[in-house]
Design a protein around this ligand. Structure first.
Ligand code: MTE
Ligand code: HPA
Ligand code: MOS
Length: 764
């Protein structure tokens, strides 16, 4: 274990030979879908004129809400998410009907010819306006501990304020796609790009009025998901399936990038309103934080996202007296959804921002204020939601990074540089993270797997998780290989398939390898146990004297090649395949009180970023980044380092250039790469030092590793706070720059202007 074996599909990815859903050879007679999307943010549909659509070249059929035999809904939890709008539209981009034609191009041309007349209704876009109007998709959630108001009243020092963080487009390279093929007796086979095959199966069943056993969902890999295909692949799966059922033809629904960005939800944007009490050293005494989440027009996963935000507002800090609120605001925009971190980054960002403010207000380096507020190791370690933090390594992790990054001397260098440089300013920040691992819905924390050993000794593993580039299949194959003492190359992972492993959870919450790795290990272990019993009975050796290493099975003083043993075992009629199952132990959560122990363990990390900004243009560049992250006893260090680097860059993009802009009518203007700026290679730090923190999971996780998919996204925080530090330098670090995220060039420039004006006394 702990070997950097290459990603199982690396050779296919780089040669263009990896099969994605859209690469599956199409059957004769396949038809193609284009969606008509609402042009109004909130309106009743009065009439639709389809005549020009129907006369269009290659037109085959139209699918409307009325064509849905079952339930017109694809909401994952709450049923407020129509597949096709029925009379009313709730955002610009909402699918109203589908046109099916003989090619994508003809479908797209035809759909544009529809004429829809609307009766417009009042729309809400702004979170504060939604809050003032009690416009929520779910009842507000409040998490309280201690007595925040009392402690605030008693505190020596107080601050209050408001700030915001923007949403984020997933920008998976492979867009949403589903290919539905009718099978005998009313059955369907669905190939799609999804993190949640089982949910696709169920939602297709409900909308098509089928039983789950009539639908097979197959998913070999995604070209990225990042949370955007946890629930929101459903709409496209349902539409392809509904059309396939209606026409009894294979139907593919594959979105154009602009439509994908206009239709699907994003990371939730947040508005924050806080009151914090602290002492003169910067120790927090009380925090009141109200978070408004931009849920969009429907609930989708906003409930669990809000819960995770509440459970991460503490980040790595002890908050004994808190009053935290999360309000899922309903607006006439895309329905926001899971995105790497799932509300955790937004919760933790709030407290990091507040600590940044406290530091400047007490005039102490923000690293020292952070350290002062860290959870203790054996005391002062109860979270606001009541979980004991038993595995805290943030102190030693941050100490190590502080040294290896030369934080203190670089702090001095940055300040010295800023003394003499008037236009170009540098900034530095170190931010920590603590991230809870497990689904915050207890019963999702289960997984299944199947392991087959064929008579030539090659092994096939199938599990409930999905591969989205994160290396899950590689890790699961490593686990199985390790268990059987064979080379990982001998183990192949196959497409996720609802007819092989049933009732799977989404591959999400970073739990993919924790859950499916354990399930696959369980399956492999059962086969191994049978082989051990067989050997011990056949050769009268003690079971304890049998070991599987390097493709050889040693028993007593003898040995046999693994492959030869398998052939022998087959002939002796030993079952050479097994299922496996795993459920995470010890989790509990009270949904009403928002208390319990929702996480099996925590992952930790910290990063230092040094940036330079141009105070005349607002541009910035990262000069150097040092990341130190706790992946436990890593199963595959190369893959984990890739996850850590990628997450840092994705977090940096979220907080800097990735700005979502809607116009006054509620139309998303940033709906293509031309207007939405994700990081490029040239935006990566010139000096990029990324290391794994040496640690072992104290919990019995798979190989004592830790989940690594989402937590390092929070490492990107240090870029934002380094920028803010650079901005603050223009006013001698005396003013807290009113910098919202994303810190775009415009945002940086206006914060610089504000600080300069304040410092020179000319308040605008
Ligand atoms: N890495 C790649 N390359 N592509 C992705 O889509 N998704 C992230 C993370 N890393 C993602 C990724 C998200 S949102 C999650 S929850 C985890 O991977 C899911 O996979 P895991 O649980 O197997 O780590
Ligand atoms: N992460 C991702 N998806 C989820 C979660 C979570 O914590 N809880 C429920 N669905
Ligand atoms: Mo990840 S946001 O849990 O898919």
């Amino acid at each position: 274990m702990s070997k950097s074996v290459p990603h199982e599909s690396a050779h296919l990815h780089v040669t263009g030979n990896a099969t994605f859903a859209d690469d599956i050879p199409q059957l004769e007679g396949t038809l193609f879908v284009a969606l008509f999307i609402s042009e109004k943010a909130h309106a009743n549909i009065q009439s639709i004129d389809f005549s020009a659509v129907e006369a269009s070249t290659g037109f085959v059929s139209i699918l409307t809400a009325e064509d849905i035999p079952g339930v017109n809904d694809c909401g994952p939890i709450i049923h407020d998410n129509p597949i096709l709008a029925n009379e009313k539209v709730s955002y610009i981009g909402q699918p109203v009907f589908a046109v099916v034609a003989d090619s994508f191009l003809n479908a797209r041309k035809a759909v544009k010819k529809a004429k829809v007349s609307y009766e417009e209704l009042d729309a809400i876009f702004d979170l504060n306006e939604a809050d003032n109007n009690n416009s929520y998709v779910l009842p507000p959630m409040v998490l309280q501990k201690g007595n925040a108001q009392n402690k605030l009243d008693q505190a020596d020092r107080k601050l209050e304020g408001r700030f915001k963080v923007g949403g984020q487009e997933h920008f998976y390279l492979e867009g949403q796609v589903a290919y539905a093929v009718p099978k005998e007796d009313g059955c369907l086979h669905l190939w799609c790009s999804t993190q949640h095959p089982t949910e696709m199966q169920h939602l297709v069943a409900k909308s098509c009025l089928l039983d789950a056993n009539q639908i097979v969902v197959e998913m070999r890999r995604m070209g990225g998901g990042f949370g955007g295909k946890e629930s929101q692949s459903a709409l496209f799966c349902c539409i392809a399936s509904l059309a396939a059922k209606k026409l009894n033809r294979p139907v593919k629904c594959r979105l154009d990038r602009d439509d994908d960005m206009l239709i699907t939800g994003k990371r939730h944007h947040f508005n924050y309103d806080y009151h914090v009490g602290f002492d003169k050293t910067g120790k927090i005494k009380s925090l009141q934080l109200k978070m408004l989440l931009g849920a969009g027009y429907s609930a989708d996963l906003s409930g669990p996202v809000a819960t995770r935000a509440l459970c991460h507002a503490d980040n790595a800090y002890l908050l004994d007296d808190v009053d935290l609120g999360a309000y899922c605001c309903k607006t006439n925009t895309q329905s926001n959804t899971a995105f790497r971190g799932f509300g955790g980054p937004q919760g933790a960002f709030a407290t990091e921002y507040i600590i940044d403010n406290i530091s400047r207000s007490v005039g102490v380096d923000s690293l020292d204020v952070r350290k002062l507020n860290f959870y203790g190791k054996t005391e002062n370690n109860i979270t606001p939601y009541g979980q004991l933090v038993e595995d805290n390594v943030i102190h030693e992790l941050v100490d190590e990074l502080e040294k290896s990054s030369d934080y203190r001397s670089r702090r001095k260098e940055v300040q010295a540089f800023n003394q003499t440089s008037t236009i170009i300013k540098k900034g530095l920040a170190l931010t920590p993270l603590k991230f809870g691992i497990s689904f915050n819905v207890v019963h999702f924390n289960q997984a299944g797997a199947l392991v087959h050993i064929y008579t030539d000794g090659s092994v096939l593993v199938n599990h409930g998780g999905t591969e989205m580039g994160q290396g899950l299949n590689t890790k699961v194959a490593q686990v199985v290989a390790n268990e059987l003492g064979i080379n990982p190359k001998q183990v192949r992972a196959t497409a996720t398939d609802t007819s092989k492993v049933a009732n799977t959870s989404a591959t999400a919450a970073s739990t993919g390898s924790d859950l499916n790795g354990k399930a696959a290990q369980d399956a492999a272990r059962q086969i191994k146990d049978r082989l051990v019993t067989f050997l011990s009975e056949t050769y009268s050796v003690e079971k304890g004297k049998i070991s599987f290493i390097d493709n050889v099975v040693v028993f007593g003083t003898e040995k046999i090649e693994f492959n030869a043993l398998i052939q022998m075992a087959y002939e002796a009629r030993i079952q050479l395949w097994s299922d496996g199952f795993y459920k995470t132990p010890g989790l509990h959560w009270d949904k009403e009180k928002l208390t319990g122990s929702p996480f099996y363990y925590y992952a930790y990390g910290a990063s230092v970023s040094e940036v330079v900004i141009d105070t005349l243009t607002g541009e910035f560049k990262i000069l150097r980044a040092d990341l130190l992250h706790d992946a436990g006893n890593s199963i595959n260090p190369a893959i984990d380092l890739g996850q850590i680097e990628g997450a840092y860059i994705q977090g940096m993009g979220w907080l800097t250039t990735e700005e979502l802009v809607w116009n006054d009518e509620g139309r998303l203007l940033t709906h293509a790469p031309s207007t939405y700026k994700i990081p490029a290679v040239s935006d990566c730090p010139a000096e990029f030092n990324v290391k794994l923190f040496k640690n072992q999971n104290v919990k019995d996780s798979i190989m004592r590793s830790k989940a690594v998919g989402e937590p390092p996204l929070l490492l990107g925080f240090s870029v934002f706070f380094a920028i803010r530090d650079a901005v603050a330098s223009v006013a001698e670090y005396k003013i807290n720059p009113p910098l919202n995220a994303p810190a775009t060039a415009e945002e940086i420039l206006s914060a610089v202007d504000f600080c300069r004006d304040q410092a020179s006394g000319s308040v605008k």
